[in-house]
Design a protein. Structure first.
Length: 568
C-alpha cells in the first residue's frame, strides 16, 4: 500500500514538472532577448550614423571647398601685408611670420569648420623662387628654392610667380590638404613675389572626442533602454504567448502519451519549427501505436499458434488413445465375413465399435455413438467402451450389460449427455443373434425376403437410471447380411442440404449382394451424394456382418480338403 502511494506521488510530481508555467524561464529569457536586441540594434544604428559622419561626410567635396576658402582668404591677407611692407619694387627681406616682430606679417584669425581647425604654414617667395620668409623655418629654411622643397606644388607656385593665383587639393594618409599660391603686387600692379599657403587638417581634441562620443553613446543607450524595454517586454509577452501555449500542449501530450494514453495528438497550427515538432510527434505517436498494435497482434498470433500446436498435440494423443481402444483387427469367423469402417469428423470422435469374443465361441458385437463431437465425445466414448467390456465379462446377456452400464453412466456423466448403443451376441455356429438396443439407429438385415430392421427398444445409456432394455433374437441364414451404422451416415447432407436418409440406405442395401464389399460400396455412394468439397458433419461408422452362402461354404470346404490331401 505504501509503495503504491509513493508511486502515485512520484507520478504526480513528474506530471507537475512536465507542465510549463505561464511565465516560465523560457518566456522570460525570450522577452529579455527582445529587449536586449532592441537596445543593441538602436545603438548599432546610432554608431553607424556616427561612423558615416566621421568617415564619409568629413571627406565630402564641400569640406575641401571650406578649407580652400579659408586658405585662399589667408593667402590674400598675407599678400596684402607683404605688399604694404614692400620697399618700392622689392619685397622686404626682413619680413617674417613671427608675431611681435617689426616686419611681422600679421597672422589672420584661426579658421575652424566641420569640427576641424584649419592649421596652415606660409611661405613668402621672391620672384626668383627663393624663400624670403617661412612660418616653418625648420622644414622650409630661408633662401632655399621652394620648388625643390615642394616639388608637388611647383606648378601652382610658378603660376603665382607668373602673376595668376592658383590652388590645388591633395590627399594624404592624414586627410586632404589644400595648397594656395597668391601673387604679391606692388602699388603699380607689378609682380614682386608670391605667397604660398598650405592647410594641414587635424581633428579637434581626438582624445576628448572619443570620450565625448562614448558619453553620448552611454546617454543614448540609457535612453533607448528606457524607451525599448517596455516595448520589448510587451512585444515579447505577446509573441511568446502562442509559442508557450503550443509548447505546453506538446509537453502535456508527451507526458500523457508516456503515461499510456496513446490517443494523444496535437493540432498543427503553423508550419514553423514548433509545427515540425508537432507533426513529428503525431507521426511518432501513430507509428508507435501501429508498432504496439502490430507487436500485440504478433504476440496474440504466436500465442494462438502455440495454443493451436498444444491442442493439436493433445488431439493427436487423444486420437492415438482412442484408436488404441478400438479393435485393431476384425475377428476371423469361419463361414462369416466381417468388415468395419470408422471415420471421425474431427481428430477424435464419439462413435465406437467393439468385438467381444466369448469362451464358447460366440462373439459380442457393439456399435455406439456418444453425444456431441470432439474431445468430450471421445472421453465419453472411451469411458463407455471400458464399462461395456467390464460388464460383458460378468454377463452374456445384452440387456443386462446395457442396464448395468446405463446405471454407471447415469451416476457419472453430466446432465444432457448420453450414449446410444446397439449390443448383439452372435453364435457363428447356427447364426443366432441375440441383441438389445439403447436408442441407437436400427441395423438393416438383408435376407431372402428383402431388407428389414432389427427392432429392439431401450433408452440411451446414461440418460435415465434404472432403465430396462428389450432383448430380441434373429437367425442369420447363409447369404444374409447385417449392417450396423451410426447416424453420421444417414444424416449426411449434400450441397443442396438434402439428407442421405434411411430409405436411400435401405434401397442401397437391397441392391447390393452383401459381403465385405458392402462397406466400400456404401462409402462410394456417400461420397457421390455429398460431393468432394462438402465437409463431413458427423462421425461415420459402419460394421457389416455377412454369413456366407452354402455354395461359398462348400467351396471353402473343398479347398480345405484339397489342402489336406496334398499335404498328406
Amino acid at each position: 500500500m505504501r509503495s503504491e502511494k509513493q508511486a502515485n506521488k512520484d507520478m504526480k510530481r513528474a506530471q507537475k514538472g512536465q507542465k510549463l508555467k505561464p511565465w516560465s524561464k523560457l518566456r522570460v529569457r525570450m522577452t529579455i532577448s527582445y529587449v536586449v536586441v532592441s537596445v543593441v540594434s538602436a545603438l548599432l544604428v546610432e554608431l553607424l550614423l556616427v561612423l558615416i559622419f566621421f568617415f564619409v561626410i568629413t571627406r565630402l567635396p564641400f569640406v575641401d571647398q571650406s578649407a580652400m576658402g579659408a586658405a585662399d582668404s589667408a593667402a590674400q591677407y598675407y599678400a596684402l601685408e607683404a605688399a604694404v611692407q614692400a620697399n618700392g619694387n622689392m619685397l622686404n627681406p626682413a619680413s617674417t611670420f613671427q608675431s611681435g616682430q617689426p616686419f611681422s606679417l600679421n597672422v589672420p584669425p584661426t579658421v575652424t569648420t566641420n569640427n576641424q581647425k584649419i592649421s596652415m604654414f606660409e611661405l613668402l617667395i621672391a620672384p626668383n623662387g627663393e624663400i624670403l620668409a617661412s612660418s616653418d623655418a625648420r622644414h622650409y629654411p630661408v633662401a632655399a628654392q621652394v620648388t625643390q622643397l615642394l616639388p608637388g606644388q611647383a606648378q601652382i607656385i610658378r603660376t603665382a610667380l607668373a602673376g595668376k593665383a592658383d590652388s590645388k587639393v591633395g590627399e594624404t594618409a592624414q586627410g586632404h590638404i589644400v595648397s594656395v599660391a597668391q601673387p604679391v603686387l606692388n602699388g603699380k600692379n607689378q609682380l614682386i613675389g608670391a605667397i604660398f599657403v598650405q592647410t594641414l587638417p587635424q581633428t579637434l581634441a581626438q582624445g576628448s572626442s572619443v570620450f565625448s562620443v562614448a558619453g553620448v553613446l552611454l546617454v543614448t543607450a540609457i535612453f533607448w533602454l528606457l524607451l525599448t524595454a517596455p516595448i520589448g517586454a510587451v512585444f515579447g509577452a505577446l509573441t511568446t504567448r502562442v509559442v508557450i501555449k503550443r509548447l505546453q500542449r506538446l509537453v502535456r501530450a508527451t507526458g500523457q502519451f508516456a503515461s499510456g494514453d496513446y490517443s494523444q495528438r496535437v493540432p498543427i497550427s503553423r508550419k514553423d519549427e514548433i509545427g515540425q515538432l508537432e507533426a513529428q510527434f503525431n507521426t511518432m505517436a501513430q507509428q508507435l501505436v501501429e508498432s504496439i498494435e502490430q507487436q500485440k497482434l504478433l504476440t496474440e498470433q504466436q500465442a494462438r499458434l502455440e495454443e493451436r500446436a498444444r491442442i493439436e498435440q493433445e488431439l493427436r494423443t487423444a486420437q492415438y488413445i482412442q484408436r488404441s481402444l478400438l479393435p485393431a483387427e476384425v475377428p476371423s469367423l469361419p463361414g462369416w465375413q466381417l468388415m468395419r469402417e470408422y471415420r471421425p469428423a474431427r481428430e477424435v470422435g464419439g462413435d465406437f465399435y467393439d468385438f467381444l469374443p466369448f469362451e464358447d465361441g460366440r462373439l459380442g458385437i457393439i456399435i455406439g455413438d456418444a453425444t456431441d463431437k470432439g474431445v468430450s465425445a471421445a472421453l465419453l466414448m472411451a469411458t463407455t467402451c471400458t464399462m461395456l467390456r467390464t460388464a460383458a465379462r460378468g454377463s452374456d446377456s445384452p440387456e443386462e450389460v446395457l442396464a448395468r452400464v446405463n446405471d454407471l453412466l447415469a451416476a457419472t456423466i453430466p446432465t444432457g449427455m448420453f450414449v446410444t448403443c446397439f449390443y448383439a451376441v452372435l453364435d457363428p455356429g447356427n447364426g443366432n443373434l441375440r441383441f438389445a438396443n439403447a436408442g441407437h439407429d436400427l441395423p438393416f438385415w438383408r435376407h431372402s425376403s428383402g431388407v428389414s430392421e432389427l427392432k429392439a427398444t431401450g433408452m440411451p445409456l446414461g440418460m435415465m437410471p434404472g432403465s430396462r432394455y428389450d432383448v430380441q433374437e434373429a437367425v442369420l441364414e447363409p447369404g444374409d447380411s447385417l449392417l450396423l451404422y451410426s447416424d453420421g451416415l444417414v444424416e449426411a447432407h449434400n450441397a443442396q442440404r438434402d439428407m442421405f436418409g434411411f430409405p436411400r440406405l435401405m434401397n442401397l442395401m437391397a441392391a447390393h449382394a452383401g459381403g465385405t464389399a458392402l462397406v466400400d460400396f456404401l462409402l462410394c455412394e456417400l461420397a457421390t451424394f455429398t460431393g468432394a468439397h462438402v465437409e463431413q458433419e458427423d462421425d461415420v461408422t459402419m460394421m457389416a456382418v455377412c454369413r456366407n452362402s452354402l455354395e461359398k461354404q462348400d467351396e471353402n470346404s473343398d479347398k480345405l480338403t484339397g489342402v489336406g490331401e496334398s499335404s498328406v
